[in-house]
Design a protein. Structure first.
Length: 578
């Protein structure tokens, strides 16, 4: 075997980049106790320490469907009690206090102190409309006097609340509001124009011209109200309650939704869930003019097959828009799904694959055994981007009872299959992959790099073989984990019949790469495929950092040991990844 020039930098193959993973590190959020007894922090410049304090606060946009009003304020308050220096730095930085204003269980004096300390800054306000909400007249007077300074606003409406406070807030102008999140808790989907018998004329009295982000959870505005947000760039409308609860108000009509969406030429990100839309709309043939989004960069859709098919016929997305389509199926007590439903789901998801984009990379995998995903990667001007991601959620779904061994006539013999008991989920997923491979065959034929996200026990190796056979130009296989190579079916999966153009294996150096099963699997493939001429090992940046200056020599020694059983004709190399 031979070594290529050793790389201590990121090479041309960087799987995590084209997966769309955010590579920017975050300082780990720490509690005040983490700083106690630490002398080095006392020597940090105030501006640096302020940045450290800021990183301990929960990001405003990470509510994850939960509104926790007091968390950040109490975190900041704890920091002021660590030392006099910490207190001096924290109290004097108004930008920190501008991020933590809240109304639930807050002492009036603390509320006033937060406002005073954040003087001169735009503020973020978070509250939950429930029994803990403070109704002190002095506090609300101060709040309303400063409401024109609110830049980001999170409002939760508790299970037993009717939204009176929310309606009150929506009746004031918010000239500098940029980011708004409204969540109604429980299994209800509220229309935001009618509160306890009173009609909302226009949100914020038509006075929110700077609003850029709007996140509505278990609620929605009727289309007539979206004109109040002329510069909206990021919109999400989601229902996350119980789909089987029929007591919530009528859901938004798809006609009303498309009419409202049609007002936004500035949208760059759109997130929708089918749960917010009236399911009856998908049972009839609705004649609707296309809705165009000329600037949309990302479209996220959590949906059913019927909704996916319906909106695909209405929405017109630009070629550069990344689409994330997540299809789910109704759990019991709904009727079960069968093979035909798998075909329909694949056909519906494929409708969102742009016809004028060429894909050079592809990711196939299963996050769990019952949630497969397919990502098609386009090569952009600077970095690759996920053009389309399809995922299919099957957990808790009732699949019709089938006879699995009689339903897989197209699967050729794979080692390990004879000892495996097929499940109805295997049949469903096999039909799903087969349908996608047929529909996308021409698009997949130009893919040159396949990123495989399977494990050593995953049935996906023989379930997804039809997709691999459609990728006739595959030159590189990248494994997410090294235990893929211990899968008993991997040699047949990567046989010449299935991947005739394969020339390079890209394998991570992880905790299992030196196991006997993994090494035996890699060696067997290399010896059965003499046309595979290279193996590239992926090494984490953290691993290289731990090795220090000796990293090149240590890696050379490590890879030499791993590759002892490889054919001498195979070249070896490595790349760094985060």
């Amino acid at each position: 075997m031979r070594f290529n020039v050793w790389n201590s930098h990121v090479g041309s193959v960087h799987p995590d980049r084209f997966l769309g993973v955010d590579m920017k590190g975050k300082i780990k959020a720490s509690s005040a106790n983490d700083f106690k007894g630490t002398t080095t922090t006392l020597h940090l410049a105030p501006e640096i320490l302020s940045k450290v304090f800021y990183e301990t606060l929960q990001p405003f946009d990470s509510v994850d469907h939960r509104v926790n009003p007091a968390n950040n304020a109490l975190q900041l308050l704890d920091l002021t009690h660590v030392s006099s220096y910490f207190r001096q730095v924290a109290v004097s930085d108004g930008s920190l206090w501008a991020e933590v204003l809240y109304l639930n269980g807050v002492h009036a004096d603390f509320f006033v102190a937060i406002l005073e300390r954040s003087r001169g800054y735009f503020i973020s306000l978070c509250f939950m409309e429930d029994s803990s909400l403070l109704f002190d007249p002095c506090v609300w007077t101060r709040l309303l006097l400063n409401f024109n300074k609110v830049r980001r606003l999170q409002i939760g409406v508790g299970d037993s609340s009717g939204g009176a406070t929310l309606k009150f807030i929506l009746s004031f102008e918010a000239p500098f509001l940029e980011d708004l999140t409204i969540q109604w808790c429980g299994d209800r989907n509220a229309c935001l124009d009618y509160f306890e018998g009173r009609i909302l004329r226009q949100p914020f009295m038509n006075g929110a011209p700077r609003l850029r982000k709007l996140h509505l959870i278990n609620c929605f505005f009727p289309s007539k109200h979206y004109s109040a947000f002329p510069n909206l760039a990021n919109l999400s409308v989601m229902y996350i309650g119980d789909d089987d609860n029929h007591d919530h108000p009528p859901l938004i009509s798809i006609l009303d939704l498309s009419e409202g969406l049609g007002r936004f030429n500035s949208l760059t990100t759109l997130t929708l869930s089918t749960g917010c839309i009236d399911p009856g709309d998908f049972e009839s043939d609705i004649q609707q003019a296309p809705v165009h989004f000329p600037r949309l960069l990302r479209f996220n859709f959590m949906t059913t097959t019927a909704a996916c098919r319906q909106l695909a016929s209405i929405l017109r997305l630009p070629a550069g828009c990344s689409r994330n389509i997540h299809l789910s199926f109704p759990p019991p007590p709904h009727p079960g799904v069968g093979v035909l439903d798998a075909t329909s789901a694949a056909e519906a998801a494929a409708l969102f694959v742009p016809s004028d984009v060429e894909f050079k990379r592809c990711v196939v995998g299963m996050a769990d055994d019952d949630e497969p995903f397919l990502r098609l990667i386009a090569l952009g001007p600077s970095t690759p981007r996920i053009a389309v991601e399809m995922s299919f959620k099957l957990s808790d779904v009732a699949i019709h009872s089938l006879h699995p061994q009689n339903q897989l006539p197209t699967i050729h013999y794979f080692p390990g299959i004879s000892t495996r008991t097929f499940t109805v989920t295997d049949i469903f997923l096999h039909q799903l992959c087969t349908t996608l491979s047929i529909i996308l065959r021409k698009r997949l034929s130009v893919v040159s790099t396949l990123y495989v996200w399977f494990g050593c026990e995953s049935p996906a190796v023989f379930i997804a073989v039809s997709l691999l056979r459609s990728m006739t130009n595959i030159h590189e296989i990248v494994s997410h984990a090294s235990d893929l190579w211990a899968n008993p079916s991997i040699q047949e999966f990567l046989s010449w019949d299935n991947a005739p153009s394969l020339r390079t294996l890209i394998i991570p150096i992880d905790e299992t790469v030196q196991s006997a099963r993994v090494l035996a699997g890699i060696s067997a493939i290399l010896r059965s495929r003499s046309d595979i001429g290279g193996v590239i090992f992926r090494v984490r940046s953290a691993t290289i950092a731990e090795m220090g200056y000796a990293a090149p020599d240590e890696l050379r020694s490590l890879i030499r040991g791993i590759s002892e059983g490889f054919p001498d004709t195979v070249s070896l190399d490595w790349v760094e990844y985060q």
